[in-house]
Design a protein around this ligand. Structure first.
Ligand code: SF4
Ligand code: SF4
Length: 326
């Protein structure tokens, strides 16, 4: 009888989980980053932070957004701009060259303008999907997971913004025997965060700045909740399954003092693994697509010598430095 009840509860949970929906902005297959082996990366919309260097600006808002790819648009080269008439909100006008200008205040991201554009210059980012739909995608690569030790990684945005959806995805993957990983900034009250940890094989947590005032300046939020979560995490997870990541943004958080203070804090909590993430500009070209401006001036990435020096600093605390991923 006890077994029957447990089975029934398991089936009910599975049914509930699979029906749950969340906002996904990308599913990337065959990745060799962000976890063991070959992985399917599921990127969820929404982030509680707004890091100045964000490489996924389209992920920050929780809702769907319209992206406009200027280089694909033929408004100045023969296109009659059917996008303008398609918009029920009058959110698109044309500049003197015939190129659309999108009024982001008016745009509701309804997507009506996307199909009329034959050049694929318009797209909606952020699709409502059920756990069942995401898992169908993830399951497609099961043979690769088996051979490589890979699995599913949740990223974003920050998957904790949709923590119930994330938890359901992790539970379903775990029940299906698929390795699970999650990347996060750990900005969520512990009582909501902790249940997810029981369904994770690997966890990557960013620490953006050790100093609270600087953290607020760079991300828009205090680091108090993040540090508090970091001080509790190892009560639930094994240190070998957690990597603390330090994004290195030139002139913002890569000072000797901040790297030393961050590494000291990480080591004091009992973590063993740290990853230094060199600065890159991969996401800069995406900003104009969403009517945004990249808030940092062009910054030169750290030199090999700078990185070697920073690696030496974290080495002082007995932390294993995981190689940064391209
Ligand atoms: S997404 Fe909808 S509201 Fe926004 S510009 Fe296109 S048609 Fe207009
Ligand atoms: S329909 Fe497409 S290609 Fe034509 S003007 Fe609009 S966005 Fe540009």
């Amino acid at each position: 009888m006890l077994n029957q009840n447990a089975n029934r509860q398991g089936v009910n949970r599975h049914t509930r989980n699979r029906a749950l929906t969340g906002r996904v902005f990308n599913i990337q297959r065959y990745s060799i980053h962000d976890g063991e082996g070959i992985r399917t990366l599921v990127f969820l919309k929404g982030c509680p932070l707004a890091c100045l260097w964000c490489s996924n600006p389209e992920s920050q808002k929780a809702g769907p957004e319209l992206g406009f790819i200027r280089s694909a648009c033929k408004g100045d080269d023969g296109c009659d701009a059917p996008c303008v008439a398609a918009c029920p909100e009058d959110a698109i006008t044309l500049n003197v060259e015939g190129i659309p200008i999108i009024d982001r205040e008016r745009c509701t991201a309804c997507g009506e303008c996307v199909e009329p554009c034959l050049e694929d210059a318009l797209k909606i980012v952020g699709k409502q999907m059920s756990v069942a739909q995401v898992m169908d995608e993830v399951e497609k690569d099961r043979p690769f997971y088996r051979r490589s030790g890979g699995g599913m990684t949740l990223g974003g945005g920050d998957p904790l913004m949709q923590h119930q959806f994330s938890r359901a995805l992790l539970e379903e993957a775990q029940d299906a025997g698929i390795h699970t990983a999650l990347e996060t900034g750990a900005y969520l009250p512990w009582d909501d965060f902790e249940p997810l940890l029981h369904h994770l094989d690997q966890l990557y947590v960013d620490l953006k700045h050790r100093d609270d005032a600087q953290h607020r300046k760079l991300t828009g939020q205090s680091n108090t909740l993040i540090l508090s979560n970091l001080s509790r995490l190892l009560a639930v997870m094994d240190p070998k399954d957690v990597v603390i990541r330090l994004p290195l943004i030139p002139g913002c958080n890569d000072s000797t003092e901040n790297i030393l203070e961050s590494a000291r804090f990480v080591a004091e909590q009992g973590y063993k693994q740290i990853e230094l993430m060199p600065y890159h500009t991969f996401g800069v070209s995406k900003y104009p697509q969403y009517g945004m401006e990249y808030p940092l001036a062009e910054l030169a990435p750290q030199s090999a010598e700078d990185l070697a020096r920073l690696r030496q600093l974290v080495g002082r605390f007995g932390l294993t430095e995981i190689s940064a991923q391209a």
